[in-house]
Design a protein around this ligand. Structure first.
Ligand code: ZN
Length: 132
């Protein structure tokens, strides 16, 4: 298990990139809109982890509401695990609550979010990459 990415909610991707890319020096590997999640995303790899910048496309979606209530900042961290279902089974057996069911991305990545109430206030995403 390792940290796959740390996601930061931002009001404006270009403004955020002026800091994370231009000032800090991280490189942008990918930038794209994800209409199903209502966000535009930029990925900045850093070693085995990456920073994910999230700008909401709609002020009323979950990232938009997060910005409204909490302002810009860390939105979630994502842990790469070997098996999402097994990890969830262990968590639920220990009384933890999930925030979402398991979903599958186009590339086959399986993911789900643990409820922040079960994780000391941190929204944690679990990622399982498809077998190569
Ligand atoms: Zn994420």
């Amino acid at each position: 298990m390792h940290i796959h990415h740390i996601a930061i909610a931002v009001r404006d991707l270009d403004t955020a990139l002026a800091f994370y890319r231009d000032a800090l020096g991280a490189e942008v590997a990918e930038r794209r809109e994800v209409p199903t999640e209502g966000v535009e995303i930029a990925f900045l790899p850093l070693g085995t982890s990456e920073i994910e910048l999230l700008e909401p496309l709609d002020p009323d979606n979950s990232i938009g509401r997060f910005l409204e209530h909490r302002g810009e900042g860390i939105h979630h961290l994502c842990l790469l695990v070997d098996n999402v279902e097994r990890t969830i089974a262990r968590l639920e057996a220990q009384g933890a609550r999930m925030a979402t069911p398991v979903r599958v991305q186009e590339d086959g990545t399986r993911y789900a979010f643990i409820h922040p109430k079960s994780a000391q206030g941190v929204l944690i995403e679990l990622y399982e990459k498809p077998a190569q």
